[in-house]
Design a protein around this ligand. Structure first.
Ligand SMILES: [Zn+2]
Length: 275
Protein backbone atom coordinates (compact mmCIF):
# COMPACT_ATOMS: atom_id res chain seq x y z
CA UNK A 1 0.00 0.00 0.00
CA UNK A 2 1.15 3.53 -0.76
CA UNK A 3 0.14 6.35 1.57
CA UNK A 4 0.68 10.02 0.76
CA UNK A 5 1.22 11.89 4.03
CA UNK A 6 0.84 15.44 2.72
CA UNK A 7 -1.99 16.82 0.62
CA UNK A 8 -4.37 19.76 0.86
CA UNK A 9 -8.13 19.71 0.42
CA UNK A 10 -10.98 22.20 0.32
CA UNK A 11 -10.97 25.89 -0.36
CA UNK A 12 -9.29 28.88 1.26
CA UNK A 13 -10.52 32.45 1.44
CA UNK A 14 -7.32 34.37 0.81
CA UNK A 15 -7.37 34.67 -2.98
CA UNK A 16 -3.68 35.51 -3.16
CA UNK A 17 -2.53 32.21 -4.68
CA UNK A 18 -3.57 28.55 -4.91
CA UNK A 19 -2.21 27.95 -1.41
CA UNK A 20 -4.97 30.05 0.19
CA UNK A 21 -7.65 29.75 -2.47
CA UNK A 22 -8.33 26.25 -3.69
CA UNK A 23 -7.17 22.69 -3.18
CA UNK A 24 -9.81 20.88 -5.20
CA UNK A 25 -9.05 17.21 -4.84
CA UNK A 26 -10.50 15.89 -8.10
CA UNK A 27 -7.36 16.18 -10.17
CA UNK A 28 -5.24 14.90 -7.30
CA UNK A 29 -7.36 11.79 -6.80
CA UNK A 30 -7.25 10.91 -10.50
CA UNK A 31 -3.48 11.32 -10.62
CA UNK A 32 -3.00 9.42 -7.35
CA UNK A 33 -5.14 6.55 -8.59
CA UNK A 34 -3.02 6.26 -11.73
CA UNK A 35 0.12 6.28 -9.59
CA UNK A 36 -1.20 3.55 -7.26
CA UNK A 37 -1.53 5.77 -4.19
CA UNK A 38 -4.30 4.28 -2.08
CA UNK A 39 -4.48 6.48 1.01
CA UNK A 40 -3.79 10.15 1.59
CA UNK A 41 -3.52 12.48 4.56
CA UNK A 42 -5.33 15.75 3.84
CA UNK A 43 -5.58 19.10 5.60
CA UNK A 44 -6.91 22.52 4.62
CA UNK A 45 -5.25 25.18 2.51
CA UNK A 46 -4.41 28.43 4.30
CA UNK A 47 -7.63 29.90 5.68
CA UNK A 48 -8.77 32.75 7.92
CA UNK A 49 -10.74 30.36 10.15
CA UNK A 50 -9.31 26.87 10.61
CA UNK A 51 -12.25 25.68 12.70
CA UNK A 52 -14.42 26.13 9.62
CA UNK A 53 -11.77 24.83 7.22
CA UNK A 54 -11.23 21.69 9.31
CA UNK A 55 -14.95 20.94 9.27
CA UNK A 56 -14.98 21.29 5.49
CA UNK A 57 -12.08 18.83 5.25
CA UNK A 58 -13.90 16.52 7.68
CA UNK A 59 -16.83 16.36 5.26
CA UNK A 60 -14.46 15.49 2.41
CA UNK A 61 -12.79 12.81 4.52
CA UNK A 62 -16.14 11.34 5.60
CA UNK A 63 -17.25 11.05 1.98
CA UNK A 64 -14.02 9.27 1.02
CA UNK A 65 -14.94 6.01 2.79
CA UNK A 66 -11.51 5.47 4.25
CA UNK A 67 -9.53 6.77 1.27
CA UNK A 68 -8.49 9.91 3.18
CA UNK A 69 -7.20 10.71 6.68
CA UNK A 70 -7.65 14.22 8.11
CA UNK A 71 -5.21 16.44 9.99
CA UNK A 72 -6.50 19.52 11.83
CA UNK A 73 -4.90 22.81 10.79
CA UNK A 74 -4.39 25.19 13.73
CA UNK A 75 -3.13 28.78 13.77
CA UNK A 76 -0.59 29.39 16.56
CA UNK A 77 -1.72 32.98 17.14
CA UNK A 78 -5.33 33.25 16.03
CA UNK A 79 -6.35 29.93 17.58
CA UNK A 80 -4.44 30.52 20.82
CA UNK A 81 -6.65 29.52 23.72
CA UNK A 82 -8.89 27.30 21.63
CA UNK A 83 -6.44 24.73 20.29
CA UNK A 84 -7.55 22.00 22.69
CA UNK A 85 -11.26 22.23 21.86
CA UNK A 86 -10.47 22.45 18.15
CA UNK A 87 -8.30 19.36 18.30
CA UNK A 88 -10.77 17.54 20.50
CA UNK A 89 -13.53 18.15 17.97
CA UNK A 90 -11.24 17.04 15.15
CA UNK A 91 -10.37 13.78 16.91
CA UNK A 92 -13.62 12.88 18.63
CA UNK A 93 -16.10 14.04 16.01
CA UNK A 94 -14.11 13.76 12.78
CA UNK A 95 -11.62 10.98 13.55
CA UNK A 96 -8.70 13.19 12.49
CA UNK A 97 -5.24 11.72 12.95
CA UNK A 98 -2.85 14.64 13.31
CA UNK A 99 -2.25 18.39 13.54
CA UNK A 100 -0.91 20.71 10.83
CA UNK A 101 0.88 23.96 11.64
CA UNK A 102 2.64 26.39 9.29
CA UNK A 103 5.18 28.97 10.30
CA UNK A 104 3.71 31.32 7.72
CA UNK A 105 0.82 31.61 10.20
CA UNK A 106 3.08 31.74 13.26
CA UNK A 107 5.63 29.71 15.18
CA UNK A 108 4.43 26.54 16.83
CA UNK A 109 3.42 26.96 20.50
CA UNK A 110 3.44 24.84 23.64
CA UNK A 111 -0.35 24.91 23.53
CA UNK A 112 -0.24 23.05 20.22
CA UNK A 113 2.41 20.57 21.36
CA UNK A 114 0.47 19.85 24.54
CA UNK A 115 -2.70 19.22 22.55
CA UNK A 116 -0.74 16.80 20.37
CA UNK A 117 0.51 15.04 23.48
CA UNK A 118 -2.94 14.96 25.06
CA UNK A 119 -4.60 13.47 21.98
CA UNK A 120 -1.56 11.41 20.94
CA UNK A 121 -1.29 12.95 17.52
CA UNK A 122 1.65 13.66 15.23
CA UNK A 123 2.29 17.31 14.32
CA UNK A 124 3.18 18.20 10.74
CA UNK A 125 4.91 21.55 11.14
CA UNK A 126 6.25 23.45 8.14
CA UNK A 127 9.19 25.36 9.62
CA UNK A 128 9.98 27.29 6.39
CA UNK A 129 13.70 26.66 6.79
CA UNK A 130 13.78 27.30 10.53
CA UNK A 131 14.76 23.70 11.23
CA UNK A 132 16.49 24.45 14.53
CA UNK A 133 13.03 24.60 16.10
CA UNK A 134 12.87 20.82 15.67
CA UNK A 135 15.82 20.49 18.06
CA UNK A 136 13.80 22.20 20.80
CA UNK A 137 10.56 20.39 19.99
CA UNK A 138 12.26 17.01 20.11
CA UNK A 139 13.76 17.76 23.49
CA UNK A 140 10.70 19.27 25.11
CA UNK A 141 8.21 16.77 23.70
CA UNK A 142 10.05 13.46 23.25
CA UNK A 143 6.74 11.62 23.31
CA UNK A 144 5.26 13.61 20.42
CA UNK A 145 6.03 12.77 16.79
CA UNK A 146 6.91 15.75 14.61
CA UNK A 147 6.91 15.69 10.82
CA UNK A 148 8.93 18.54 9.31
CA UNK A 149 7.86 18.53 5.65
CA UNK A 150 9.98 19.26 2.58
CA UNK A 151 13.17 18.18 4.39
CA UNK A 152 12.80 21.48 6.21
CA UNK A 153 12.38 23.85 3.29
CA UNK A 154 9.89 24.05 0.45
CA UNK A 155 12.14 26.74 -0.96
CA UNK A 156 15.12 24.40 -1.47
CA UNK A 157 17.25 26.04 1.21
CA UNK A 158 20.29 23.80 1.11
CA UNK A 159 21.51 24.90 4.53
CA UNK A 160 18.21 23.97 6.18
CA UNK A 161 17.95 20.64 4.39
CA UNK A 162 21.46 19.59 5.35
CA UNK A 163 20.74 20.51 8.96
CA UNK A 164 17.51 18.54 8.82
CA UNK A 165 19.42 15.32 8.17
CA UNK A 166 21.35 15.88 11.38
CA UNK A 167 18.13 16.44 13.28
CA UNK A 168 16.70 13.16 11.99
CA UNK A 169 19.82 11.38 13.19
CA UNK A 170 19.72 13.02 16.61
CA UNK A 171 16.02 12.61 17.34
CA UNK A 172 13.87 9.55 16.72
CA UNK A 173 10.64 11.51 17.18
CA UNK A 174 11.54 13.91 14.34
CA UNK A 175 10.45 12.92 10.85
CA UNK A 176 10.40 14.54 7.46
CA UNK A 177 8.43 14.12 4.28
CA UNK A 178 9.63 13.93 0.71
CA UNK A 179 7.17 16.41 -0.80
CA UNK A 180 8.68 19.06 -3.06
CA UNK A 181 12.25 18.09 -2.18
CA UNK A 182 14.34 18.69 -5.29
CA UNK A 183 17.85 18.15 -3.94
CA UNK A 184 17.93 14.45 -4.66
CA UNK A 185 21.24 13.67 -2.99
CA UNK A 186 20.07 15.18 0.29
CA UNK A 187 16.86 13.20 0.17
CA UNK A 188 18.83 10.03 -0.56
CA UNK A 189 21.10 10.74 2.38
CA UNK A 190 18.17 11.34 4.72
CA UNK A 191 16.52 8.04 3.80
CA UNK A 192 19.76 6.11 3.91
CA UNK A 193 20.45 7.38 7.42
CA UNK A 194 16.93 7.24 8.82
CA UNK A 195 14.58 5.11 6.70
CA UNK A 196 12.08 4.95 9.55
CA UNK A 197 11.76 8.73 9.78
CA UNK A 198 11.16 9.71 6.16
CA UNK A 199 7.57 9.72 4.87
CA UNK A 200 6.38 9.89 1.29
CA UNK A 201 4.35 13.04 0.66
CA UNK A 202 3.26 14.89 -2.47
CA UNK A 203 1.99 18.34 -1.43
CA UNK A 204 -0.94 17.69 -3.75
CA UNK A 205 -3.06 18.83 -5.36
CA UNK A 206 -0.62 21.54 -6.39
CA UNK A 207 2.23 19.11 -7.00
CA UNK A 208 1.72 15.92 -9.04
CA UNK A 209 1.67 12.85 -6.79
CA UNK A 210 2.94 10.61 -9.60
CA UNK A 211 5.97 12.82 -10.10
CA UNK A 212 6.67 12.88 -6.37
CA UNK A 213 6.28 9.10 -6.19
CA UNK A 214 8.71 8.59 -9.06
CA UNK A 215 11.31 10.28 -6.89
CA UNK A 216 10.92 7.57 -4.26
CA UNK A 217 11.32 4.85 -6.88
CA UNK A 218 14.49 6.54 -8.13
CA UNK A 219 15.98 6.33 -4.65
CA UNK A 220 16.43 2.60 -5.29
CA UNK A 221 15.79 1.65 -1.68
CA UNK A 222 15.86 -1.84 -0.26
CA UNK A 223 12.29 -3.18 -0.45
CA UNK A 224 11.87 -3.04 3.32
CA UNK A 225 12.95 0.60 3.47
CA UNK A 226 10.81 1.54 0.49
CA UNK A 227 7.79 0.06 2.27
CA UNK A 228 8.64 2.12 5.32
CA UNK A 229 8.82 5.35 3.35
CA UNK A 230 5.71 4.63 1.30
CA UNK A 231 3.40 3.49 4.07
CA UNK A 232 4.62 1.92 7.30
CA UNK A 233 6.19 5.04 8.75
CA UNK A 234 3.12 7.21 8.37
CA UNK A 235 0.65 4.49 9.37
CA UNK A 236 2.61 3.97 12.56
CA UNK A 237 1.97 7.62 13.41
CA UNK A 238 -1.67 7.95 12.41
CA UNK A 239 -3.34 4.64 13.12
CA UNK A 240 -5.38 4.68 16.31
CA UNK A 241 -3.96 2.83 19.26
CA UNK A 242 -6.62 0.16 19.37
CA UNK A 243 -6.15 -0.72 15.72
CA UNK A 244 -2.37 -0.68 15.89
CA UNK A 245 -2.38 -3.00 18.86
CA UNK A 246 -3.75 -5.74 16.70
CA UNK A 247 -0.83 -5.43 14.34
CA UNK A 248 2.01 -7.88 14.69
CA UNK A 249 4.85 -6.65 16.83
CA UNK A 250 7.23 -7.80 14.14
CA UNK A 251 6.16 -4.95 11.93
CA UNK A 252 7.60 -2.50 14.38
CA UNK A 253 10.60 -4.50 15.54
CA UNK A 254 13.60 -2.31 15.99
CA UNK A 255 11.75 0.79 17.08
CA UNK A 256 12.97 2.31 20.24
CA UNK A 257 11.26 5.62 20.69
CA UNK A 258 11.77 7.49 23.92
CA UNK A 259 8.93 8.39 26.20
CA UNK A 260 5.78 6.63 27.28
CA UNK A 261 4.01 6.73 23.93
CA UNK A 262 6.71 4.75 22.21
CA UNK A 263 7.81 2.49 25.01
CA UNK A 264 8.54 -1.00 23.82
CA UNK A 265 6.39 -2.48 26.55
CA UNK A 266 3.18 -1.04 25.21
CA UNK A 267 3.02 -1.48 21.51
CA UNK A 268 1.27 1.76 21.12
CA UNK A 269 1.35 3.55 17.82
CA UNK A 270 4.97 2.46 17.68
CA UNK A 271 5.88 3.53 16.54
CA UNK A 272 8.55 29.62 0.61
CA UNK A 273 5.03 30.29 0.88
CA UNK A 274 3.25 27.34 -0.49
CA UNK A 275 2.26 24.90 2.12
ZN1 LIG B 1 1.60 21.50 1.87
Amino acid sequence: MIVDCHCHAGIGDGLTGPWDTEAHLGRYLARAARAGIERTVVFPAFHSDYALANRAVARIVARSRGRLYGFAFVHPVRDAGRVHPMVREAVEEHDFRGIKVHRHDGRITREICEAARRFRLPVLYDVMGEVETAELLAGEYPDVAFIIPHLGSFADEWRAQVAMIGLLIRHRNVHTDTSAVRRFDLLAEAVRRRPRQVLFGSDGPWLHPGLELAKIELLGLRPADERRVLSTNVLRLIEPVQRTRTVSRKVFAGFDFPGPKYSSRSVVRPDALPV
